[in-house]
Design a protein around this ligand. Structure first.
Ligand code: ASP
Length: 480
């Protein structure tokens, strides 16, 4: 729009005639004069329409703007031309954006009208029925709190990208249509039309790809990655969520921990200077000690839980690699074990012989490290098994048949036989980190278009049926 300026910049244009555009926030009709607040993505300003001005000046935009001013309603979209005036001393609102100025209207153009909205836009919607907010997410997004959450999320992601770029990382996109990856959850699957009876899986994480990138000589990879897990509804889980995923070659646990700690500290100190990190370097605790002392593997280290600005980060290390699938059974046969975190992890060096001999399986500790914040797990990773023999042993303990190992993980084993560097990495649950930094209690508050606890998108209406024709093309028949 020609000559449009942002509302935040009005204060620098006192005495000038300017153009703004945005939404009507509130409107106060005071008989002869009309007052209303205009809102754009940068803030709000009070506008005033005076009849004297309408008569004397008229306008290039609207000749009789008094009629228009009387007609407008909240959430209408307007272009406004006006003169930036200093407010009289007694009306100055100190410390508020545009508290010292107001816009005296010389012209109004209606760009779009708005029906009455199902909830107030100029108030926090935290108390509004969540299904209603989700159905009208585009309206919910207009509220100040949601605008802040989404914009801070962007700032955090931008900070991460800039930081990692400086640390010689490259962002690489990995496929969304892929093959089942074991991360311990159920896969979302996508039927193939060209290869009927075959299916893609949506990635539970880019785990295998990032390790293959290490075999590909990328050395330092990251990605702001979407991950999909078909899990039953639990707490604030989402069927799709975002990770900061990263992987590094020629590193040990200490290198990954140090880099991530530095990044987290930098994010807080730069973007949330009002917040205080309880302990630097972050304290570390073994899984065993965490269970004994806190009864959980994601302990809340906060000394003062009432202080909303206290951030207690910490690392949990030395997790058991395997756990029994059937806890009531004491046998230790192959196939009765599952991995606790990640089948691609490497045991702690001193436990490598146990893995290679498949002995004392329950006592093998992994190189896994989890990062926690105020009682939430916000990330986890490990140093990986880059030797094919060691990875093979893990799959044997998990009970995979030799043919299946070859079929499902042959590409990983081959990659590791052709010169894969030692490597390790981590993934953060980005939604959860943003939630905690923004002081929200639910990840849905920091995701632009979240799904309900039951995995529904109430605005788009998904999941949805597809046409007979689509099913036929895919060779799919639904059972009644
Ligand atoms: N892929 C793992 C996860 O999603 C993270 C990692 O080990 O890097 O939990």
């Amino acid at each position: 729009m020609k000559d449009r300026i942002y509302i935040k910049d009005l204060k620098d244009n006192v005495g000038k005639e300017v153009t703004i555009a945005g939404w009507v926030d509130v409107r106060r009709d005071q008989g002869k004069m009309v007052f209303f607040d205009m809102r754009d993505m940068t803030g709000k300003v009070q506008c005033v329409a005076l009849p004297s001005r309408a008569e004397v000046i008229g306008s290039t935009v609207s000749h009789n703007f008094m009629d228009t001013a009387k007609e407008i309603r909240p959430e209408w979209v307007l272009k406004i031309v006006g003169i930036v005036n200093k407010r009289p001393e007694k009306n100055v609102k100190a410390g508020v954006l545009n508290g010292e100025v107001e816009l005296e209207i010389t012209g109004i153009e209606i760009l779009n009208k708005a029906e009455t909205t199902p909830f107030q836009i100029n108030e926090s919607t935290s108390g509004i029925n969540e299904d209603t907010r989700m159905k009208y997410k585009y309206l919910d997004l207009r509220t100040e709190r949601m605008q802040k959450n989404i914009r801070m999320r962007h700032k955090i992601i931008k900070f991460i990208r800039d930081f990692l770029d400086k640390e010689n990382f490259v962002e690489v996109e990995t496929p969304i249509l892929t093959k089942s990856t074991p991360e311990g959850a159920r896969d979302y699957i996508v039927p193939s039309r060209l290869w009927q009876g075959k299916f893609y899986a949506l990635p539970q994480s880019p785990q295998q790809y990032k390790q293959l990138l290490m075999a590909g000589g990328i050395e330092r990879y990251f990605q702001i990655a979407k991950c999909m897990r078909d899990e039953d509804t639990r707490g604030d889980r989402q069927p799709e969520f975002t990770q900061l995923d990263l992987e590094m070659s020629f590193v040990e646990r200490e290198d990954v921990i140090k880099l991530n700690e530095k990044l987290l500290i930098n994010i807080v100190q730069t973007l949330y200077p009002e917040k205080k990190i309880q302990e630097i370097p972050f304290p570390r605790i073994s899984h065993k000690e965490a269970m004994e002392k806190y009864g959980t593997d994601r302990p809340d280290f906060r000394k003062d839980k009432n202080d909303k600005n206290s951030l207690a980060f910490g690392w949990v290390v030395d997790f058991p690699f395997f756990e029994r699938t059937d806890k009531s059974d004491n046998s230790q046969a192959e196939g009765e074990w599952t991995f606790t975190h990640n089948p691609f992890s490497r045991p702690k060096s001193e436990h490598m012989p146990l893995l290679m001999d498949k002995k004392d399986i329950g006592n093998i500790l992994t190189s896994q490290y989890d990062v926690v914040l105020n009682g939430y797990e916000i990330g986890g990773g490990s140093i990986r098994n880059h030797e094919p023999e060691a990875l093979q042993k893990v799959f044997e303990i998990l009970g995979h048949k030799i043919e299946d190992i070859e079929k499902n993980f042959g590409h990983m084993l081959h990659a590791f036989k052709t010169g894969a560097p030692p490597h390790g990495g981590i993934a953060w649950g980005l939604d959860r980190l943003v939630m905690l930094l923004q002081g929200e209690v639910n990840i849905r508050e920091v995701i632009a278009f979240p799904k309900t606890g039951e995995g529904k998108d109430l605005m788009m209406g998904s999941p949805a049926e597809v046409s007979e024709k689509q099913l036929k093309e895919l060779g799919i028949k639904l059972s009644k």
